[in-house]
Each structure stands twice: as structure tokens, then as C-alpha cells.
Design a protein around this ligand. Structure first.
Ligand SMILES: Cc1cc2nc3c(=O)[nH]c(=O)nc-3n(C[C@H](O)[C@H](O)[C@H](O)COP(=O)(O)OP(=O)(O)OC[C@H]3O[C@@H](n4cnc5c(N)ncnc54)[C@H](O)[C@@H]3O)c2cc1C
Length: 455
């Protein structure tokens, strides 16, 4: 893809205009390129990628956020990159989740046997966990869907599963995916996260896995960092992009999209894919069509997830393993990964890059959260980390644009089509199961399926 200025744009050269160049927009453009189509991307910021990007600080290569990519073997995000990038990107699988509750550490049990030996609770708690674990692991997707309008906490209470340690650990796992606590997360989305399923397997297969184990982590870290992926995707896309191009209007006439206005330039086109957050769309879409007005208005209060990521450059290797270590207590929940153990190229030789993520709590600033994480979990359980910090960098931004709460599950979100002909929507708040990049990729796949044969 080539960078041009807005006054160089000749819209007749493109098969579609893509408004916004985040993960959803870029992956859509990548798929269109493979079908021989040419795109024009209009991006408000001074770089491509949206919240999907990375940069360097003092010799350490950081991502925007602690990106553990889910479903690196079977998911849409990895599928896009494997299909279109040559050589395909490499993902290193992580070695599991380790939850610390005060002095005790345990993994997520994947079999009945492991559950009955779970070190984090007493015998009663283990039996309760075995019962609810079996129920969740063998639950059919349709049954989960029935719980989309209640919270996970409500679901657990209705099942009598109220062991506090079990709830706290589940909360920590779900927090990282849904971006909200279990008192707010949709039970359907939480159940899917815990069962780790997009597609249904039979009850018998689920039961077999439950008893005999064999669950393999399908989450990993991309070697080379997020920015290298964004750069490779950008290089392959056929078309042009304009940076600092704020889309001010997308105009409809007689039910059909006719133009996009950016920086005061009216760019006429009959196919537009918008990767702009849905909460901005009511102010951008210019339409006389009541159905379209109502459609976009419905989403203008979409709730997003907000995280704080702390990056610590350590002057020597302190943690040095490929685990997701979650500190459940003391609060706040903090999730830490030694990025340089997966990919040594992100830290200077002999040093370690540690990513620590937490959720931005209401009424707190990112600095408050850093202080809390350091003074609570890190100081108590990993004081050696604090003693070896030579680089410290804090980020805070939205992660996904739709928190997985009742009313915003993938079943509730609008999907790629809009009531305006030729206008499609893509991004983590449109539709697409999963979280983060997986959601963005699923939404891009949805748009590509619809555009097939239409342009
Ligand atoms: C802290 C953090 C941690 C994360 N961790 C993970 C993880 O572990 N695993 C995972 O899979 N994902 C993770 N992600 C999430 C993932 O990176 C994002 O969910 C995904 O990149 C969002 O894609 P999107 O399509 O919704 O686009 P966005 O990133 O929202 O991009 C939208 C683009 O549109 C542009 N735009 C907006 N308005 C306009 C306008 N009017 N005109 C022109 N352009 C406009 C924006 O500038 C932006 O570039 C994380 C993200 C963060 C920030």
C-alpha cells in the first residue's frame, strides 16, 4: 500500500473505500487484495493499525497492550496471516495460566482428576468446581446462548456455585477477556471463554476431553511483535492510504451510500467499509432514512474495555518462563508475562521485558493502578522484579470496543450489514465471536463474505 495525500485521491481507481485502518479495516483490505480488489484507506491518526501497533522504548520493543493472541492454530486472525503472509508469522505457544491466590498457586484444571486435586480450595470447593466444571465443559452452544442476558455471577449463583476462591479465579480469567468483572460479564460470553469454544463439539467429545484431558493451549505470542505484523499486512495490501484523514461524513442518498467526506474533501463511492467505532457513527452517517438513523443510534453508547499495561525492562532475566502468571489476591488482579522469553528480540541481550496488565478501575488513574499493582502483588510475590527495573513505560487505552456484557454479546451486535446499501461495518464492536484481534478478524471475514460477488 502506498501513502498519498487527500488531494491526490481519484476514487474511480478503487473497488472500495475503507474508513479507519484498525485491525478490522486492515484485515478486510488484506482479504480484498487477495481477491484482486484495490482499496483506499482513510485513517484519522498519523499511523495505521488503530490500537493494534507497537513501538520501541530505550532499546525494548513494546506492543500496545499485552497481546496474547487467542486461537493461534484455528482462529480467524492467525488464518488471515497464514493465508496471506509469506513466510507466515510464527507464534510461540504459552505454557499455561498460573493463578496465585495469596500464598497458593494453581493452574486452570482441565480434567476431573486435576480438579479434584486443585490446590487453591478445600475439599468442598473442589467438589463444587468439579460439578460446575463438568457442566460448563459439556454444555452445548445453544444452551450457553440462553444465558446471554444474565451476568456470569448470576449464572453461578443459580447453579449454587458460590465458592469464593473459585469465583475469584474465574473472575481473573474472564476479566482479561471481557474487560469487566463477573458481576457484569455476560454469562454466555464467559461460558464460551471458559469452555474455549467457537464451534460446537459433541457432548461426548467434550466429556472425553474433560475426563482424559488433552486440552492444549491455543494461545501464543507473535514473534517480531505487533508492529511487524501491521507492517507486513500494510505492505501486501493493494491500494493507497491517507493518514490524518478524519472521516467527517458518510452520505446516503435513496438508500445507497454515495460518498465519504474527509478533511472537507467529498470522495464519491458506492462501496464503503467503515472501521470507525460504532459509537461515533450516529454523528458521521448523514441519512434521511429513519431505519438507518435508528440502527446507528442504537449503538452510540457501546461500552468498551479499558486496560492499563505496564512494561518493565529488567536489567537481567528475573522471571524467564512462558507462563501467564495471574495474581488474583491481593487485588487488583494483575496478569504478567515475560515477553522476551517468548521472543528474545524484544529486549537487549541478557535483559528481560515483562508485561503486566490490569483493568483500569472506575475512579482510578493509570498511575493509581501502577502504584497498586507494584505495592500489592509485585512487592509481595515478585520483589526481585521491582529491584531490577531499568525501564518503565505505562499505556492505557481501550482494548476492544464492545465489552462482553449483556446487550453487547456477539449475538446482540449488528453484524456487517447496515440498512444503507453499499455501507458495511467492521471492527470489534460489530460482530464476530471471540475477543480482541480474533473479534476483529471474525468481523473482517463477515464483511468479506458479503462483499464476495458484490464488488
Ligand atoms: C491494552 C490492549 C491489550 C490487548 N490485548 C489483546 C490480546 O491479548 N489479544 C487480542 O487478540 N487482542 C488484544 N488487544 C485488542 C486488539 O488489539 C483490538 O481489539 C483490535 O486491534 C481492535 O480492532 P478494531 O478493528 O476494533 O479497530 P480499532 O483499533 O478501534 O481501529 C479503528 C481505527 O479507525 C480510526 N478512526 C476512528 N474514527 C475515525 C474517523 N472518523 N476517520 C478516520 N479514521 C477513524 C482509528 O484511528 C483507528 O485507527 C489488545 C488491545 C489493547 C489496546
Amino acid at each position: 500500500m502506498r501513502e498519498i495525500t487527500i488531494d491526490q485521491v481519484d476514487t474511480s481507481k478503487y473497488d472500495t473505500i475503507i474508513a479507519g485502518a484498525g485491525a478490522g479495516g486492515l484485515l478486510t483490505a488484506l482479504g480484498l487484495t487477495a481477491k484482486g480488489k484495490k482499496v483506499l484507506m482513510l485513517e484519522m491518526a498519523d499511523r495505521l493499525g488503530g490500537v493494534w501497533h507497537g513501538y520501541c522504548v530505550d532499546g525494548y520493543r513494546l506492543d500496545q497492550g499485552l497481546h496474547v493472541i487467542t486461537r493461534v492454530k484455528r482462529g480467524a486472525f492467525a488464518r488471515f496471516l497464514r493465508t496471506y503472509l509469506d513466510p507466515p508469522p510464527e507464534f510461540v505457544l504459552h505454557e499455561g495460566w498460573f493463578f496465585r491466590v495469596h500464598e497458593k498457586v494453581g493452574t486452570i484444571p482441565s480434567t476431573v482428576g486435576e480438579t479434584l486435586r486443585w490446590p487453591l480450595t478445600g475439599a468442598k470447593g473442589r467438589l463444587g468446581l468439579a460439578r460446575i466444571g463438568a457442566k460448563i465443559k459439556t454444555m452445548k452452544l445453544e444452551e450457553m446462548q440462553k444465558h446471554k442476558d444474565i451476568t456470569f455471577q448470576e449464572y453461578m449463583e443459580s447453579e449454587g456455585a458460590t465458592n469464593q476462591v473459585m469465583l475469584d479465579v474465574m473472575q481473573s480469567a474472564i476479566y482479561m477477556a471481557a474487560g469487566v468483572p463477573i458481576t457484569r460479564a455476560s454469562a454466555y460470553e464467559a461460558l464460551r471463554t471458559l469452555k474455549d469454544t467457537d464451534k460446537e463439539s459433541t457432548k461426548l467429545q467434550s466429556a472425553k476431553r474433560l475426563i482424559f484431558g488433552g486440552s492444549e493451549y491455543d494461545e501464543g505470542i507473535a514473534i517480531g511483535g505487533m508492529q511487524s505484523l501491521v507492517d507486513r499486512v500494510t505492505e501486501i495490501i493493494d491500494g493507497d492510504y491517507v493518514l490524518n484523514a478524519q472521516v467527517e461524513r458518510i452520505t446516503e442518498e435513496n438508500g445507497q451510500v454515495v460518498s465519504v467526506t474527509a478533511n472537507g474533501h467529498v470522495l464519491e463511492h458506492a462501496t464503503v467499509v467503515s472501521n470507525i467505532p460504532l459509537w461515533s457513527m450516529p454523528r458521521i452517517v448523514e441519512t434521511q432514512n429513519d431505519t438507518a438513523t435508528d440502527f446507528f443510534k442504537k449503538w452510540d453508547h457501546m461500552e468498551f474495555t479499558k486496560g492499563v499495561t505496564m512494561w518493565f525492562g529488567l536489567d537481567e532475566v528475573v522471571i524467564g518462563d512462558r507462563k501467564s502468571r495471574v495474581i488474583v489476591h491481593p487485588r487488583p488482579e494483575a496478569w504478567m508475562i515475560s515477553m522476551s522469553t517468548f521472543d528474545p528480540s524484544c529486549a537487549p541481550e541478557g535483559k528481560e521485558l515483562l508485561g503486566v496488565a490490569t483493568i483500569l478501575q472506575e475512579g482510578k488513574t493509570p498511575d493509581d493502578m501502577v502504584k497498586l499493582v507494584k505495592e500489592n502483588g509485585l512487592r509481595s510475590y515478585h520483589p526481585e522484579v521491582i529491584d531490577h527495573i531499568e525501564m518503565e513505560h505505562v499505556q492505557s487505552s481501550y482494548a476492544t470496543r464492545a465489552a462482553l456484557i449483556p446487550g453487547q454479546t456477539d449475538l446482540d451486535r449488528p453484524g456487517p450489514e447496515t440498512p444503507i446499501k453499499g455501507l458495511y461495518i467492521v471492527g470489534t464492536d460489530t460482530a464476530g465471536a471471540g475477543v480482541g484481534l480474533q473479534q476483529a478478524a471474525n468481523s473482517a471475514e463477515g464483511v468479506l463474505r458479503i462483499l464476495e460477488g458484490r464488488i
